[in-house]
Design a protein around this ligand. Sequence first.
Ligand code: ADP
Length: 319
Amino acid sequence: MKKIGVLTSGGDSPGMNAAIRAVVRKAIFHGIEVYGVYAGFTGLISGDIKKLEIGSVGDIIHRGGTMLHTARCEEFKTEAGQKKAIEQLNKIGIEGLVVIGGDGSYRGAQKLTERGYPTIGVPGTIDNDIPGTDFTIGFDTALNTIIDAIDKIRDTATSHERTYVVEVMGRDAGDLALWAGLADGAESIIIPEEQYDMDQIVRRLERGHKRGKKHSIIIVAEGVGSGIDFANKIQEATQMETRVTVLGHIQRGGSPTAFDRVLASRLGAKAVELLLEGQAGKTVGIESNKLVYHDINEILKVRHILDKEMYNLSQELSI
Ligand code: ADP
């Protein structure tokens, strides 16, 4: 293999730049040319592809977002779109592609591989909802952004003796809510993977109030539904003043944490190694701090599983 390509697709996440940098530098280290595809599969179809040099990825390791931009592309879901994309790659002589993104982007990568085009997936999403890796690139940064926000909310919650409901991202996964709740000592953590019992939440809030607790924080994962609706229910049931904060897209931005930069560097480099070994249709990941890879078909068949033990612990610590 003499030329490879790299793109970012779907929702962006902090650390994608560090992954791009790793792909580019690792490839150049091995004497391979690297091409950046702009705006995900949209740029692949239109041929928005440029050669990247060592310096092209300078000064980006600490920046959130993605220098290659990202997009959602309906046309790529069609056979015609996928064929056009492969034609663009063949025109330049690019022989393999690294796709950094979430599970939707993985489906795109799977389609390219099915059409005979070697593709490797790198997990980039704040949601931590991708099987085959303990962590996805961006999760740790988003988690720290949430913690920072909740610490601030806690100050005002204490001053006003209020209950605060904080809605966090995560799509169908409760990882961000669970980790944030555990890290911030939330009273209750409401996630899609576990049923919640409103009576129990109310009893816990009232118990805390009786023993003089000045504030209560409840974290609701977006996969459960609206934080605003949830806050209304809590206020009705407890008659306590309840406020809601929907953290929204600030969770996607910001400078990646050291953990995400290192993770992204390791995973990006591993993806290049796999392409150079002649692998295709694989996804890279980290399991028990070891780099691993899996068949993309297998990964797309299974669901990410939340750590139930951690959830139980969060319940025990918030009595
Ligand atoms: P994420 O990668 O963050 O999960 P999306 O689900 O939006 O984000 O997927 C990103 C892009 O991947 C889509 O806009 C589309 O171009 C491509 N994609 C998603 N599903 C498929 C599919 N079944 N076949 C081909 N391409 C797909």
